[in-house]
Design a protein around this ligand. Structure first.
Ligand SMILES: Cc1cc2nc3c(=O)[nH]c(=O)nc-3n(C[C@H](O)[C@H](O)[C@H](O)COP(=O)(O)OP(=O)(O)OC[C@H]3O[C@@H](n4cnc5c(N)ncnc54)[C@H](O)[C@@H]3O)c2cc1C
Ligand code: SF4
Ligand code: SF4
Length: 488
């Protein structure tokens, strides 16, 4: 079943991974050793101080309950949409008031015991019982709704927001408060992944401010969105750093971005789970896309959301384009596309985008490396090299698959090879005893190329293929400046 929210790893530091041990120690161990509850006092001082300078940084990076929710309970959570009720200000305020009232009355009661032997045990027990309550209520909500449901109305979270507002009023946060920042929003795929992986289910990609920063009081600065952004445009920096971030990014390949209305004119099944969709632009629209670029296809869904697909057609006249889509197992976007897109439907595109796979036509030797669905941009790329005037003398395409029957467009590449002797196709199969051609992985063939240092290399495929190839090319001392790649 495909769902909007993705269970992405959120525990990428030791504290975030194992911090929950502290929670269990205090909430459960404290029932036998109540003084363990006193450990919560420095925690409360710590989070109040940190939030004054950095907002809810503590919640996303240090909080032991946060670790319990993200590191342990995410795995068994239903990870559903958090109901609006839990996100209301009113609930947070009522909860904070009730919590504070209860805590203060308990403190006043225990204060009367000051100087007796049981004072510190009774004081510790106040914190133990509140830690246990959060563990039980927050834990149940984490399993039944979503891991960070509790964090939307947690009294400590509300306290941090108040402390942060004071820090802002005192003008101390400009350098200390680091926010999620898009280095260039022109490069954003609007894919919504930052929102789909966000523990708080926030939507950074629709809410960047004029400085391209995501200024939301509930952002935990946990960097889960940063780690998962396919465009690699997110970072966490302060306001000052955000002002200069922009200047370092090259926007070649993104300058022609536009919203395009189009009609589906053809859908071709290449395999059970791979379809080629052809779109014709409506009206007088002409889009001059380049071989190697990709386009964003709008997903008809409640959220404003697109998916990036490499353009698999060669541009002749700028009136239509094709994309070739593999249905992802439990994929949200491809699930909707495969189910809903019909010939004759009007759809929206955005683009063209991308420069990583735009081939340098002044080079003499080009090596193209493809794996799986990553083959699709190489149809227009190979066609363009053959059709246009350029200095390229030799193009080799290494195309890897696990089994021979997984290859697509193989006849098209064979025809290009026949028609032009500068293009060479090397299909490589990893797991097929009957296969008569090159066996193994694309990296095995790379190692056989004696003059690999003379090539400009362009790769597209799944992350394991691209990462393994980068490792091999590094070991072969290939200059990094000659390596370009795109990976989903
Ligand atoms: C520049 C670029 C070009 C691309 N070109 C192409 C192309 O030409 N053809 C193509 O088919 N794709 C291409 N992609 C990939 C494409 O954009 C989509 O990412 C892909 O189709 C999957 O989208 P989806 O919404 O169906 O899957 P998603 O819902 O995003 O899921 C992706 C995968 O994540 C996992 N997942 C989903 N939900 C969960 C969950 N709840 N918990 C844990 N794991 C989960 C599943 O394994 C799933 O298969 C490209 C991507 C980029 C960035
Ligand atoms: S590319 Fe996707 S994940 Fe990255 S900022 Fe844009 S919408 Fe978010
Ligand atoms: S927006 Fe990003 S940093 Fe903020 S809470 Fe969501 S995933 Fe974490």
């Amino acid at each position: 079943m495909s769902t909007f929210n993705i269970k992405a790893d959120r525990a990428f530091t030791v504290i975030r991974k194992y911090g929950f041990i502290f929670t269990l120690l205090v909430a459960i161990g404290g029932l036998w050793f109540p003084k363990l509850g006193l450990l919560v006092i420095p925690v409360m001082i710590g989070l109040s101080l940190v939030s004054f300078y950095k907002g809810r940084y503590w919640c996303g990076n240090i909080c032991a309950h946060g670790s319990l929710f993200d590191s342990l309970l995410l795995k068994i959570s239903r990870n559903n949409k958090i109901p609006k009720l839990f996100k209301t200000k009113a609930l947070s305020i009522i909860f904070l008031a009730a919590f504070s009232y209860k805590l203060i009355s308990k403190f006043l009661k225990v204060a009367t015991l000051y100087g007796t032997a049981s004072f510190f045990d009774k004081l510790g027990l106040i914190f133990v019982s509140s830690y246990l309550m959060v563990t039980i209520v927050g834990g149940l909500l984490a399993i039944v709704v979503a891991p960070r449901t509790w964090c939307n109305f947690c009294p400590m979270g509300v306290m941090q927001k108040i402390s942060y507002k004071l820090g802002k009023a005192a003008k101390v946060t400009k350098l200390t408060d680091e926010k999620v920042t898009a280095s260039k929003d022109e490069m954003c795929h609007k894919c919504g992944k930052c929102s789909r992986v966000c523990p708080m289910q926030l939507t950074p990609y629709t809410q960047f401010n004029e400085k391209n920063q995501f200024d939301d009081l509930n952002c935990l600065k946990c960097a889960t969105c940063v780690q998962n952004c396919p465009a690699k445009i997110l970072t966490i920096v302060n306001e000052k750093a955000a002002e200069v971030l922009d200047d370092k990014i090259c926007l070649d390949g993104y300058e022609n971005r536009q919203r395009i209305k189009a009609k589906i004119i053809d859908i071709k099944a290449l395999k059970n789970d791979i379809y080629e969709y052809t779109f014709e632009f409506l009206g007088s629209t002409v889009v001059n896309y380049k071989a190697g670029q990709f386009i964003l296809v709008r997903i008809p869904s409640d959220e404003e959301m697109f998916r990036a697909f490499s353009i698999s057609s060669y541009n002749e006249g700028g009136k239509k384009l094709s994309v070739t889509i593999k249905k992802a197992p439990n994929g949200y976007g491809t699930g909707i596309i495969f189910e809903n897109f019909k010939v004759g439907d009007e759809i929206e595109l955005e683009g063209p985008l991308g420069n990583e796979l735009i081939v340098d036509k002044n080079s003499q030797k080009i090596l193209l490396v493809a794996g799986g669905i990553g083959i699709t941009p190489f149809i227009p790329i190979a066609t363009d090299i053959i059709n246009s005037n350029n200095n390229i003398e030799e193009v080799t395409l290494i195309y890897g698959a696990n089994k021979e029957q997984e290859f697509i467009y193989i006849n098209e590449f064979k025809s290009l090879e026949k028609a032009n002797n500068k293009f060479k196709l090397i299909p490589v199969v990893a797991f097929d005893e009957q296969w008569k051609g090159e066996k193994g992985f694309v990296t095995d063939y790379m190692k056989k190329l004696n003059d690999i240092n003379k090539y400009k290399i362009y790769m597209c495929g799944p992350p394991p293929m691209v990462n393994a190839s980068l490792k091999v090319l590094n070991a072969l001392n290939v200059n990094k400046e000659n390596i370009y790649y795109e990976s989903a």
